[in-house]
Design a protein around this ligand. Sequence first.
Ligand code: FRU
Length: 479
Amino acid sequence: MDKFRPKYHFTPERNWMNDPNGMVFFNGEYHLFYQHHPHSALPGPMHWGHAISSDMVNWEHCPIALYPDENGVIFSGSAVVDWEDTSGFFGGKPGLVAIFTHHDRMPGMDRVRERQSLAYSLDSGRSWIKYSDNPVLESDRFVDFRDPKVFWHSDSKRWVMILASGQSVCLYHSDNLKEWTFSSEFGHGNGSHDGVWECPDLFALPVDGDPSRMKWVMIVSIGRPEQGTMTQYFIGEFDGHSFVNDNPADVVLRLDHGSDNYAGVSWSDVPEEDGRRNYIAWMSNGKYAIVTPTDEWRSAMTVPRTLTLESRHNQIRLIQNPVRELEQIRISILSLEETSIEEAQLHIAGLELDSFEMIAEFVPGMTKALTIKVRASDSQQTVIGYEANQNEIYVDRTRSGIIDFHKGFAGIHAVKLATATESIKLHIFVDRSSVEVFVNDGIAVITDLIFPEPGATGLELSASEAGMRLRRFELFKLG
Ligand code: FRU
């Protein structure tokens, strides 16, 4: 039995997966490509695997989209709808263009080479043709030069590419996706430089939903070798040419406070009527991704999330919430209002759940600590908790199940709450091998893998003081 195969998170049918790639919406379909090694559950020569969905939740596996070729293996990248056929690939009609990194070895030299290339599809993403003049962009400055994310910049009426270049990002522009001109570089002295920068994204969002207050968000994943991979983001201005960081250069904004959210980027071309910026990430960590205890397949994606910008406590922050489409796979188990921890615990005592969603809104009052144990058995448990002294929310996976496959796996991942609030809301997604905790409507998220035994299906609520109030407690089975 495939005991860790998630019920409602995306996984490859078989073998290795890492970064999400080429995410684009076209003709009513969400495309998800991904870094894929189709011959083993370990990394190897990278391909682009492919899946299609109408709702980002139910996925249909498709044949491999891009295979390695004479220019190298296929690393991460993006895809866009070329609406005006600026590339000339589509005879005047709209079509899909993928922009990705070709990774190979420099002929006659002991160093790698990373160059950007194109592929296009004449059948809505079902099959792909590599551009005959690949590669279209290379660098004589950077060895690490990869993960192009391309978008149409409507003010300057041209394509913009952001890609990772060592420990910075470079921006380029183009009229036709084939010829690229350097615009600017961003990153030196800004944010975290604990590792090579990877998988950037750049997009505009309204602040607090107000279209007259647009800000640009830059997402950058950081390949930290020892501490483990993590993702940071910047908020600022972008004029089609260069990005200016709004925050002091040394501020590091973490996109996720758990261990298992990496290389995430957003879907391109979601229709304006919808207007959402939806995002998905690789739910693993470079530190131990190759030794996680799954057999046939390795790695899952996070739940898809909608990104927004909100001013909270006088600061603009990136907010993440699960996409609303996830509500379609809910089966309600319990819905309580204005109750106590003890009362809620009576309702959940006999439940056996391995993949579910929980919404708990509690009023801490004088309570020092709250714990929610999920995937619990006599010997195993993952603890999601609130600590009043530290004013923090944490996930403790030190006794979550199989932890000994890597010395850096077991641990506690916490996030501080900005200020004391009257109530705290935890929106929790548990699956067969993961926990995602959205705190206070998405101001912080903790995403962690866990590997509990299938029989660890218990759920338990407790607080350090009796009578702790729960404003709302809801449980849904998922998948
Ligand atoms: C991030 C990454 C990317 C690269 C890809 C290769 O996880 O290292 O920078 O394109 O994986 O699989």
